[in-house]
Design a protein around this ligand. Sequence first.
Ligand code: TYD
Length: 143
Amino acid sequence: MVNQLIKLQTMTDPTLPNAGALSVVEMTRDLDFKVRRIYYIYGANASTMRGHHAHKKLHQLLICIKGVIKVDVDDGENVVSTILDNPSVGLPVGPRLWRTMEWLEDDSILLVMASLPYDENDYIRDYSKFLEWIKTNDENSSI
Ligand code: TYD
C-alpha cells in the first residue's frame, strides 16, 4: 500500500522570519505522472467527510494547504490513515484505492493534482463494486 508522504522542496527567507514559506511540486522530480488537472476543496466544516470512491486509472497528489485533513486509503484489504497537517508534504494516491477524507478543522483546504482530465467513468463510487473491480481488473483494463 502506498502511503508514503512526499516532502516538498520548501523555501523560507531567514531575513524575513514572518514572510511565510514557499513549497514547490515539480514534474518530474516530485511526481511520476504529468499533471493534467488541478482542483481544490475549501469552505468545508470540521467533520466533513468526502471521497468515498476509488479511481480506475487516475493518479493524484493530495496536499492539505491549510488546516488538518485525515485521509484513509483502502486497498481492499487494509486501511491506512494519514493526517495531512503540513502544506510542505504531499500524499500520492494511485488508482485502485478507496479513499475517504475527513476534515478535522474548519476551512481546511485540500489541493489535488491529478493525472487525467475529469471523467466520471474513471470513478467507482460503490464499495462492493470497488472490491469486485480490483479482483477482476488491472490498471490497464479499458473503462
Ligand atoms: P468528487 O470527486 O466526488 O469529490 P469528493 O469525493 O471530494 O466529493 O467530485 C464532487 C463533484 O464534482 C462530482 O459531482 C464530480 C464533480 N467534479 C467535476 O465535475 N470535475 C472535477 O474535476 C472533479 C474533481 C469533480
